[in-house]
Design a protein around this ligand. Structure first.
Ligand SMILES: [Zn+2]
Length: 474
């Protein structure tokens, strides 16, 4: 790939999400320890009423929720899993949450915790009495939790994984624990995040937890129809007695009440069918969105706060979910998975509609000093052809920058007419001039001797678009 370097560095990383880890799935039934207490179920039923009366006002917008991954390794940095692994886990989760209008992003690079003592500890699960515990789980979370993000720890457990319900905000245990050995399951993180967004297991109550058995019937006229008050409190998830052999329902039993046959859904992410989970039901998505709006709405990546002013959702890229920095490179490139490249972007990163990262990529734009958003989605239908790697960067420079009495504005033209506009940091136009015949490289010497010291924004407008570079006058 073409590569350049200059004043401000933007890192674009493409994270491979395919293939290499598939062999790690299915080595044993995956266990999830998330089950509500009796008190929580009381809250749940109350909340269920609010959810049902909650009128969906979703307008197609996407909730972006920040994740910080914490990866435990040996003191010498071996063991554990890699940054690529957790990116892949998150990508899988994002696929499952696509229909729920939720997209997760890493709001900082993964944190590697190198500690032999903790690495060789089998993390125990405290099922109740969460507050005041001193186990390894609380020790690591106490030292490493980041406020107002989804903290996800990859540690060694004896087989359990655990996602906090929103009610855990009151229970001193608001994080997600993943067993390193379960890395590579394409649904497990989505499942634990389901708990994080308030979903119960489809078999709630059949696991000995504090929920009533959910009967099979969905017939409101039937006196034993209890799907809104028993089990997972949702009527579009089938009653599930959790009798799975891999993805196959063992087929046995009726609920003794309605004499119907069980027909649980092995593809429901909140079931314990092993390895075939694909989706949430509409009822589950409603609950997730209710949680997103009312229970987890405080989530906010702290590391973006100083960067966020320079990031704006682009209104012009309707086919891609994108963020735009204050200066940009243009790209109509096709990018192969697994590529990490650094580009001179001066101050802008802007991907045009022709940009295409191959299926299996996530595309991250990271401005210097920030660890930032997410994520360009590709549109396979509009970009069916896979092209060779290529990044097209418009040549547009200011030098020197920072500048004293003068600076050169150098660029290659696109079309015959262009103009240069300079705004002050307060938004005042302090310079404007139009030019023609820009087909070849141009070098405009700009007199800055009357400019006050400070930051200015130099915008090059061509017939096609505009680009802005920040200029420091000293
Ligand atoms: Zn679970």
């Amino acid at each position: 790939m073409k590569q350049k370097s200059s004043i401000l560095l933007f890192v674009l990383s493409f994270i491979l999400t395919m293939n290499a880890w598939a062999q790690q799935t299915g080595h044993r039934p995956i266990q999830c320890g998330s089950s509500p207490s009796k008190e929580m179920m009381v809250k749940y039923r109350e909340q269920g009423k609010a959810e049902r009366s909650f009128v969906q006002t979703r307008d197609g917008s996407v909730f972006n929720f920040p994740i910080v991954f914490h990866i435990l390794r040996r003191t010498n940095g071996t063991g554990g899993i890699s940054a690529e692994d957790v990116s892949r886990e998150m990508n899988w989760a994002n696929e499952k949450y696509d229909g729920a209008g939720i997209e997760f992003f890493q709001c900082s690079p993964p944190e590697f915790i190198n500690d032999d003592n903790l690495f060789y500890t089998t993390f125990d699960h405290d099922w109740e009495d969460f507050c005041g515990q001193t186990t390894a789980e609380y020790e690591i979370a106490g030292d490493h939790n980041v406020s107002n993000v989804i903290n996800i720890y990859y540690v060694n457990t004896d087989g359990w994984n655990w996602g906090a319900f929103p009610s855990a905000l009151d229970d001193c245990r608001d994080w997600i624990i993943m067993d390193i050995a379960d890395t590579g399951s394409n649904y497990l993180l989505a499942h634990e995040l389901g708990h994080y967004f308030n979903l119960l297991h489809t078999f709630q109550g059949y696991d000995g937890s504090n929920a009533d058995f959910e009967n099979i019937t969905r017939d409101d006229d039937f006196p034993f129809c209890n799907c809104s008050t028993a089990g997972d409190l949702l009527c579009d998830t089938e009653a599930d007695p959790n009798g799975w052999s891999g993805c196959a329902w063992d087929g046995s039993g009726t609920d003794n009440c309605t004499n119907n046959d069980y027909n649980p859904d092995e593809k429901n992410i909140m079931s314990y069918a092993n390895g075939c989970q694909e989706y949430f039901t509409a009822g589950q998505i409603g609950r997730i969105q209710y949680a997103a709006l009312f229970l987890r709405n405080y989530l906010n990546c702290p590391f973006l706060s100083t960067c966020q002013a320079s990031w704006n959702l682009s209104n012009t890229q309707t086919s891609m979910f994108s963020y735009q920095a204050t200066d940009f490179i243009k790209s109509t490139a096709t990018i192969n998975p697994g590529v990490t490249s650094a580009y001179d972007a001066s101050n802008y990163v802007l991907l045009k509609a022709g940009f295409y990262a191959k299926e299996g990529c996530d595309f991250h734009v990271v401005p210097e000093g920030c660890w930032g958003p997410v994520v360009f989605k590709t549109d396979d239908e509009t970009h069916p052809d896979i092209k060779n790697d290529e990044v097209i960067t418009r040549s547009y420079k200011l030098y020197p920058n920072p500048a004293g009495d003068f600076t050169h504005i150098v660029f290659t033209g696109e079309g015959d007419a262009y103009s240069i506009t300079i705004h002050s940091a307060l938004g005042q136009t302090v310079f404007q001039q139009s030019f023609t015949e820009a087909k070849t490289q141009r070098d405009v010497l700009l007199d800055l001797s009357t400019f006050q010291k400070g930051i200015y924004f130099v915008t090059l407008n061509t017939e096609l678009d505009s680009e802005t570079i920040s200029l420091v006058v000293q």
